[in-house]
Design a protein around this ligand. Structure first.
Ligand SMILES: [Zn+2]
Length: 422
């Protein structure tokens, strides 16, 4: 386990910002947080001085399919590790690998692989569970999901998925009777039900929320649009304050005006940013094969041959910058949209999403341009930008000239904290 002092930080806590503050990390958890006017503990083995940079709770991505050539549906542990490392380079400390609509065996294999990695110390972001985006969707709003495998929820099939123990979030179209029954199952199982890829009318959204839907998948995309006499799925999501709304803030999926509108309605406790990133993320633009189909990545957008959007190549740090630009609000207002709100959405807010004593030491360090300088998961430094100073080793018998840690390689190999560091 890792112990560390993060010093000279602009710390964003739920009760305000502490300029020149510090965070003491012991055994992977936040032991204490203090303002500049107080002295930090002096017995911690490593010290990371961040020169006044922002320190926030690590980002949480509850909707991401893949990156750097790998996809959740590959059911490949090494692939998930590569995705985890990519996510950490963009400030993410925890994520839900996300399945797409697929056959029962393929879906089950993906969930079992996620179960294998959950809770393990990875060379990047931690795997917090799984988001199942399908197969219980509405074919009329399938987006890039494969229509052939879309089906109504089947209780036996669902039982097999829930038995893996990793499912935290299920996207479904609740206007379909069997799927509305799944909302009740989710509520009993402690799994968040999300409305998405849905053609629900406003009244059907109301019924779904009454049944227990508390989340909306990529608001605005692949859902019945808003009409002033039939507010549709979009209007229903906006009108129910108990529903948290995902948004893909990549400048392509949603117009900046809608970003402002969703934030104005939901606030930072009701809007959460997601990537919906696919395996082409973190690779040069071009043509890729995804789930047996060809997609083209050009100008930051992923499209099927018919022009439909097919996921994104977004990273969560860029999504945050997009939201800041669209709303004109600052980090002090918007930080929950990438951490506390997703933590609440999947029920991990006791340990993650806020900088408070006792929480997991999952931190991201940002400069004033909101670029990621360093990412810390459970007190382990898993990524730092090339320009960042390495942490200082403290205590007797440490000789910096023999420090075994590798030099940072920008954009590729993640760093691991020195196991001897505490
Ligand atoms: Zn998706």
């Amino acid at each position: 386990m890792s112990s560390l002092l993060v010093a000279d930080a602009r710390v964003l806590t739920p009760t305000g910002t502490l300029p020149g503050g510090w965070i003491a990390v012991r055994d992977g958890r936040i032991a204490a947080i203090g303002p500049a006017s107080t002295s930090p503990p002096s017995d911690l083995p490593e010290r990371l001085t961040v020169d006044g940079a922002w320190v926030l709770p690590g980002f949480l991505d509850v909707h991401g399919h893949g990156a750097v050539g790998y996809d959740t549906m590959d059911a490949d542990p090494a692939g998930l590790e590569a995705i985890a490392a990519h996510q950490a380079r963009h400030g993410v400390t925890g994520f839900l690998p996300t399945t797409w609509t697929a056959s029962h065996p393929a879906t089950l294999a993906a969930l079992e692989t996620i179960a294998e990695l959950r809770g393990r110390a990875l060379p990047g972001a931690g795997v917090l569970g799984a988001h199942m985006e399908g197969p219980y969707l509405n074919p009329r709003r399938c987006g890039a999901q494969d229509q052939r495998d879309i089906r109504p929820a089947d209780p036996d099939e669902v039982a097999a998925y829930l038995a893996t123990g990793v499912v935290r979030l299920i996207t479904l179209a609740p206007e379909i009777e069997e799927n509305l029954a799944l909302v009740h199952t989710c509520r009993e199982a402690g799994v968040t039900a999300s409305i998405g890829h849905s053609d629900a009318t406003f009244e059907q959204v109301r019924a779904a929320v009454a049944a227990g839907v508390r989340h909306a998948t990529h608001t605005g995309n692949a859902m019945r649009p808003l009409h002033h006499r039939e507010p549709g799925t979009v209007g229903g999501v906006l009108d129910h304050p108990q529903v948290r709304a995902e948004v893909i803030a990549d400048g392509v999926h949603v117009h900046p005006a809608l970003l402002r509108l969703v934030h104005a309605v939901k606030g930072s406790d009701g809007l959460l940013l997601v990537t919906d990133a696919i395996g082409a993320t973190g690779r040069p633009e071009g043509t890729f094969r995804i789930g047996g189909r060809t997609v083209e990545v050009r100008d930051g957008a992923v499209r099927l041959p018919d022009g439909a959007l097919a996921g994104s190549v977004l990273t969560l740090d860029r999504a945050l910058r997009t939201l800041v630009a669209a709303t004109g609000l600052g980090l002090e207002q918007l930080w929950p949209t990438v951490s506390r709100t997703p933590a609440r959405a999947i029920g991990v807010q006791d340990r993650k999403g806020s900088l408070i004593a006792g929480a997991d030491a999952d931190l991201v360090v940002l400069d004033d341009a909101l670029e990621v300088l360093a990412t810390i998961v459970g007190g382990r430094l898993v990524h730092r930008a090339a320009a960042q100073r390495p942490p200082e080793r403290r205590g007797p018998g440490t000789d910096p000239s023999t420090d075994p840690r590798p030099d940072p390689t920008p954009g590729s190999r993640p760093l691991t904290a020195d196991p001897a560091g505490g």
